[in-house]
Design a binder for this molecule. Structure first.
Ligand SMILES: C[S@@+](CC[C@H](N)C(=O)[O-])C[C@H]1O[C@@H](n2cnc3c(N)ncnc32)[C@H](O)[C@@H]1O
Length: 305
């Protein structure tokens, strides 16, 4: 891959945000763009950055991953809205060298603690479960079938719309009807435990829980994302866009790759922009976004929520 130096963002912070949201995808370096975003301007930063030691576009050693990531996180904390969020998809590695060779490297946990220390509130840890994780040779362990998704917030009361991500109830309709008529919902066991379940089925759907099951996207070379090799499934982005960004809010992905976050956020009616360091990927992402808008015009896409 040829690495050329991307253009710098506009000097003026208001213009930088407008330029990003207008373009959808910019070819740029987030270490330059993020500090240019105005304070209190972004509702959701959603991203899957290069993982430690992973792909040709990365080569960031796990030993220095925290130092590499901290400046991005500081700039995002300055730009996030008062009720805003920063959602980080990241994955463990096995150390390839050094004293931890062959063991799980702790860089993910070190990063989470560093983010918390700098002022990001660690709101939740989600597990992205991949039911179609590919088998391989992983040493004395099973295949990797999950990744982490950490939800950080600026304030104790962030925007969070649980109703937007509820799933259909699994309980039989007759049982739901019976529970809804039950005037005495709480039933203690002999040990004294029990919960009032009379209101459980009045929410329009079940709380999905913090394990999110979405198939990994493996046909990326043929799909809309073209040449990018680490495409995130749209369902993962959709979950957090719907839950953690208000319907009229702004979503920014500083590591845009093939543009999944921006495509999904715009489908759901959010204003959104992504920054991508490599111009080849930025071009792929822009094409994908343009084609998606065409589909939207044809009315082929699902509506918000
Ligand atoms: C794991 S990929 C993101 C994949 C993306 N979520 C998708 O669905 O296609 C990480 C991306 O971050 C980009 N990147 C790395 N450093 C960057 C920087 N400083 N500024 C902007 N993009 C960067 C890489 O080129 C790579 O495309």
């Amino acid at each position: 891959m040829v690495n050329r130096v991307p253009p710098a963002p506009p000097e003026d912070s208001g213009r930088a945000l407008d330029a990003l949201l207008d373009a959808g995808i910019v070819w740029g370096d987030s270490s330059q763009w993020l500090p240019r975003l105005p304070a209190n301007s972004v509702d959701l930063f959603f991203m899957s950055p290069p993982y430690a030691d992973a792909r040709s576009y990365s080569r960031i050693s796990p030993d220095r991953y925290v130092d590499w990531f901290v400046p991005f996180a500081e700039a995002m904390l300055d730009a996030v809205s008062e009720t805003g969020s920063f959602v980080l998809n990241i994955k463990n590695r096995v150390a390839k060298s050094g004293p931890l060779k062959g063991q799980r490297h702790p860089y993910v946990y070190q990063l989470v603690l560093a983010l918390q220390d700098m002022g990001w509130r660690w709101n939740e840890t989600y597990i992205w479960r991949k039911p179609n994780a590919i088998p391989g040779r992983f040493g004395p362990r099973t295949k990797d079938a999950f990744e982490y998704v950490y939800h950080f917030t600026r304030a104790p009361s962030p925007y969070f719309d649980l109703d937007a991500v509820r799933t259909p109830y699994k309980t039989a309709p007759a049982e739901i009807a019976r529970r809804n008529l039950d005037g005495n919902g709480r039933r203690n066991t002999e040990a004294g435990f029990g919960r009032d379940r009379s209101r459980t089925y009045r929410n329009g759907g079940a709380d999905p829980g913090n394990v999110i099951t979405v198939g990994q996207t493996y046909n990326q070379h043929k799909g809309p994302a073209g040449l990018h090799t680490a495409v995130m499934p749209e369902g993962l982005a959709a979950f957090f866009v719907k839950a953690a960004c208000p319907p009229d809010g702004v979503v920014v992905d500083p590591f845009a790759g093939s543009g999944t976050t921006v495509v999904v956020a715009r489908r759901h009616g959010r204003r959104s922009g992504g920054i991508e360091l490599h111009d080849q990927y930025a071009t792929v992402a822009r094409d994908r976004l343009a084609n998606d808008q065409t589909q939207e015009e044809l009315g082929l896409l699902f509506a918000a929520h």
